[in-house]
Design a protein around this ligand. Structure first.
Ligand SMILES: [Zn+2]
Length: 358
């Protein structure tokens, strides 16, 4: 990150339940680091998970954060230069990024169910316990390295690409490739990466249409997700602001991961990268459970030709049994603690991390 850039940090809660003390501790560290550098703190509402998302949690989330002592200068409730700050309002931006990944052949459609993947040969687990994708739908073409002339400009790109993207995603959703012909039917290696995104999109669309014609008579459609192909064997390294040097092997510590879900929603990895870049975040402070995801995301930054921020991962707060806190730990939700008369300053004083490092 350019040291001349003013520090911009973010809080990125997801309104799928009440925030608990573990979230608060990580967020507090994010706020402290922004304050220590005279930076800007933004709030991003990660509300893409339509199934678990509940409107009541958004209001509660803002209320709980304010009560605890958080203050942000950009966010869904206060606006700002890099909004909208609700992910549900940014779908066009994510679609444009997916188009860029498709144009560079970094992603491929995958119709495997969760069960397909879990029952596939041995199914090794990634460092963060995700099942490593066995490669069932992976085409043989190798997109690495790709020098793409196509640059993604966030401003206005969504409007420009939206309509064609929607057609394509619709087609991707209804397409189903037979196992026997997957290799042949998969999108071919591309010389398209230097063409404009729109031209590439049109070409890909033609490919999809042919696949549909070839298979629709024989298979009931399962919506396809889009999976990012990782460069097997490459070591992804970064220096974490808290844990120091980190190395993860693509294809060993983590495998091909979903960037766009079968239910037509961008996956966490893609939305997070696109937003952190578009919102000019200079340092991402988050929980240590996302260390491996940082390796995944660095690959996305590279494929999308975006500058990656710095990263600082925090130790996870654990309960007395050593389990990491989850939203089911109601007793440690900020809501409950507040109802019981707890004071945020007392709660902070009980945390083990050294304040001086913040
Ligand atoms: Zn698959």
């Amino acid at each position: 990150m350019n040291p001349a850039s003013p520090y911009r940090g973010r809080l990125a809660p997801s309104p799928t339940g009440y925030l608990h003390l573990g979230h608060a501790r990580t967020f507090w560290r994010a706020q402290e680091r922004a304050r220590a550098r005279g930076g800007t703190l933004i709030l991003r509402n990660e509300d893409l998970d339509a199934v678990r998302f509940k409107l009541e949690f958004v209001g509660a989330m803002l209320e709980d954060l304010h009560w605890f002592g958080f203050a942000w200068s950009e966010g869904p409730d206060v606006g700002g230069e890099y909004g909208p700050y609700n992910q549900s309002e940014r779908l066009g931006i994510y679609r444009a990024a997916l188009e860029k990944l498709r144009a560079g052949n970094f992603v491929y459609p995958c119709t495997c169910s969760r069960k397909d993947i879990q029952t596939a040969v041995t199914a090794p687990h990634a460092a963060d316990d995700e099942v490593i994708y066995p490669g069932t739908c992976r085409p043989e073409c190798d997109p690495w390295p790709v020098a793409s002339d196509a640059r993604l400009e966030w401003t206005g790109m969504s409007a420009q690409l939206n309509s064609s993207s929607q057609v394509e995603v619709e087609q991707a959703r209804s397409h189903q490739e037979p196992r026997s012909s997957r290799r042949e039917e998969a999108p071919s290696p591309s010389a398209e990466s230097s063409q404009s995104l729109l031209t590439s999109a049109a070409t890909m669309q033609g490919t999809k249409t042919r696949i549909l014609r070839a298979t629709s008579a024989r298979h009931s459609p399962r919506p396809a997700s889009w999976r990012f192909r990782v460069p097997d064997g490459e070591v992804i390294s970064f220096t974490d602001g808290n844990f120091g040097r980190q190395n993860f092997v693509a294809g060993g510590d983590f495998g091909d991961f979903v960037v766009w879900r079968g239910d037509d929603v961008p996956a966490y990895q893609l939305a997070c990268v696109v937003d952190d870049a578009a919102m000019r975040i200079t340092e991402v402070v988050r929980g240590a459970d996302l260390l491996v995801s940082t390796a995944r995301q660095l690959l996305l930054y590279r494929a999308l030709e975006l500058a990656a921020p710095d990263f600082c991962h925090c130790e996870l707060l654990r309960d007395q049994a050593g389990q990491r806190l989850a939203k089911r730990h109601d007793a440690l939700s900020l809501r409950q603690l507040r109802a019981q008369g707890a004071a945020p300053a007392d709660l902070r004083a009980s945390w083990a991390y050294p304040q001086a490092q913040a």
